[in-house]
Design a protein around this ligand. Structure first.
Ligand code: MF3
Ligand code: CO
Ligand code: CO
Length: 263
């Protein structure tokens, strides 16, 4: 069944999404201690690939539109889709690690921020505001509210902190597929957009910049950076709309949101 082109899943499907989301979130828990000055982004991705393999699940990103890695790792002014490679993480760097796995046909997509070594106050503030903006977006999720309500909750909070919301990338429906309708915008007006209905599955994944919101994609066709080189942060959860609100499929089993960026 669909509503406004958005698939409506069955009650029983929540369990599949929960299992997939949990695997992705567990891997993000486990990679945290490896994020230290001197590590390469490739080494972090190799660890993630090994964890995916060890669990007998599938990476959704390896082979996706020619992408060849089990994670995207986006450091400092990289907004999203950073490609793991030889880049050495240094003291004070902040990075987003984004992992998507397929478990029994269900997609679990989540990302989190990490810090290597000492964290500047402004970076810590950016990370905190970004995480809080995601949770405020999720708080706006319930049947009868709209996607515009989600975007408005995120944007109004972020801009009140004098930071900016990236417009060029958005969240997405997912479930038995990686990217499906709708585009979940992280900005918007109350009451705008499609109405939320129980059984919709999608991601919310706000990218927040300390400077201006504009981005550009580098010549590798993946890496998105802030045009003004300002720091950028992102958190992502996969969620399902329930009768009364949202079920978050990708919560950290270890509750590691704060620990992950203590370094
Ligand atoms: N996980 C990303 C998202 O949140 C998509 C990454 S696609 C890749 O939608 F190919 F770059 F890995
Ligand atoms: Co996503
Ligand atoms: Co993702």
């Amino acid at each position: 069944m669909t509503k406004d082109g958005i698939r409506i899943y069955e009650d029983a499907d929540f369990a599949g999404m929960h299992a997939a989301g949990r695997v992705a979130a567990e891997i993000l828990d486990l990679v945290g201690p490896l994020v230290v000055p001197g590590v390469t982004t490739e080494a972090l991705d190799d660890f993630i690939t090994a964890e995916v393999t060890r669990r007998g699940v599938t990476s959704a990103t390896i082979g996706y539109r020619g992408y060849q890695h089990a994670s995207c790792i986006s450091v400092n002014h990289v907004v999203c889709h950073g490609i793991p490679g030889g880049k050495v993480i240094k003291d004070g760097d902040i990075l987003n690690i984004d992992v998507t796995v397929i478990v029994d046909g269900w997609f679990g997509d989540t990302s989190r921020m990490y810090a290597a070594g000492s964290l500047s106050r402004k970076a810590a503030r950016l990370i905190e505001v970004t995480h809080d903006s995601l949770m405020k977006g999720i708080e706006a999720v319930k049947p009868g509210n709209t996607f515009g309500d989600i975007g408005y909750a995120i944007q109004s909070y972020v801009e009140a902190q004098r930071m900016s919301v990236v417009r060029d990338f958005c969240g997405h429906g997912l479930g038995r597929v990686f990217h499906a309708p709708p585009n979940v915008l992280h900005y918007g007006r109350p009451g705008a957009g499609a109405v939320l209905e129980e059984g919709m599955f999608f991601t919310i994944e706000p990218m927040v910049n300390l400077g201006r919101p504009e981005t550009k994609v580098l010549a590798d066709d993946w890496t998105a950076v802030t045009r003004d080189k300002s720091l950028s942060a992102q958190y992502e959860h996969s969620i399902g709309v329930t009768a009364t609100g949202a079920e978050i499929f990708t919560l950290s089993p270890g509750g590691l949101y704060k620990a992950a960026f203590a370094g």
